[in-house]
Write a protein that binds this ligand. Structure first.
Ligand code: ADE
Length: 314
């Protein structure tokens, strides 16, 4: 999987050279490039933001700089939009969103290279929304798609919540391009424009709190997505049993290790019984009970057809 991250703090992603992610890069499972958005500025101050139209506090990231950067990374030509929020010319459709690590602009800010045009001829994803010149579509319609090619992702505290389901879906993409916002966020026309160009654009929040920028959110999403790649985890079975995995999202049962008694505290007897049936039942009951107590919203979303008689008793 090829991963491009655009940020005004690309060094933030140096940590991706460590640990399992670092190993995954060495193994060739993932190839990551962190780009500095300021490399696409032309003014002496390398400015990427401006005051909000309509007033208000803070600064908003400018569409021009983002577009120069994303056009380069996605191999798209600049287009003027008409009053219906469509591209005046269709010549971007079918044009290249590069699908391979080698076919793209892979400017490494750390390496101090300058931006270059990406080329390629991979198909575009169908637009999930179309932009309008005076109204900007929201990002609620994020229907699952399979065999994803390139997906452009913006973290945004005002977007739908990123879930395990999204992580699973995105783990099938060939290429992910993340755009990290800062300040009061990015101009809303940026995602709208790329949707209108046929790019599969997603906006996600990682939780109901506000961070200083998208970098942490991208790190969270990236880890949730890439650990699902075949070969990424040492023990792939650990993924199957985890919370939020599979068709039902339950919180996981609690875990214990040795010693069986520690500081006077024992582990549940059933876990020492050697009876796998009983152990599984105990764990399943605990998962259901904990989910009901801590995240009743997840219980409400459960597909009742998948609950056994014994589950229902819990
Ligand atoms: N940027 C700032 N806060 C965020 C959040 N909660 N999720 C995604 N992106 C963000």
């Amino acid at each position: 999987m090829q991963i491009d991250i655009v940020s005004v703090f690309p060094e933030y992603f140096d940590v991706l050279n460590l640990s399992l992610f670092g190993k995954a890069q060495s193994k060739g499972l993932v190839s990551v490039h962190a780009h500095n958005l300021r490399d696409w500025t032309h003014d002496v101050h390398h400015s990427v933001d401006d005051t909000p139209v309509g007033g208000g506090a803070g600064m908003v990231m400018k569409p021009e700089v983002w577009a120069e950067c994303l056009d380069d990374l996605l191999g798209l030509e600049p287009r003027e939009m008409n009053a219906d929020g469509e591209s005046d010319s269709n010549s971007n459709s079918g044009a290249g969103i590069p699908d391979g690590a080698d076919a793209t602009a892979t400017t490494s800010a750390a390496a101090g290279e300058s931006p270059s045009n990406g080329t390629g001829d991979a198909e575009h994803q169908p637009a999930s929304d179309s932009a309008s010149a005076d109204t900007v579509p929201d990002s609620d319609s994020q229907a699952p798609t399979h065999n994803l090619d390139t997906v452009l992702i913006f973290p945004n505290p005002s977007a739908p919540l990123f879930t395990q389901r999204d992580a699973t879906e995105l783990s099938h993409a060939k290429r992910l391009v993340f755009g990290c916002g800062r300040y009061e966020g990015y101009d809303a026309r940026i995602p709208a424009y790329y949707r209108a160009q046929g790019v599969d654009v997603r906006e996600y929040s990682i939780g109901d709190y506000v961070l200083n920028g998208g970098e942490v959110a991208v790190s969270v999403m990236l880890e949730a997505i890439t650990r699902l790649l075949p070969g990424f985890m040492g023990n792939p079975e650990s993924i199957v049993e985890e919370s939020y995995t599979g068709s039902e999202a339950l919180l996981e049962h609690r875990q214990y290790t040795r010693p069986a008694v520690w500081r006077g505290m024992g582990v549940p007897d059933v876990l020492l019984s050697g009876d796998h049936g009983k152990v599984n039942r105990f764990r399943r009951d605990e998962a259901l009970a904990r989910t009901d107590a801590i995240r009743p919203d997840l219980i409400e979303q459960l597909d009742c057809a998948q609950l056994s008689k014994a589950d229902r008793k819990t």
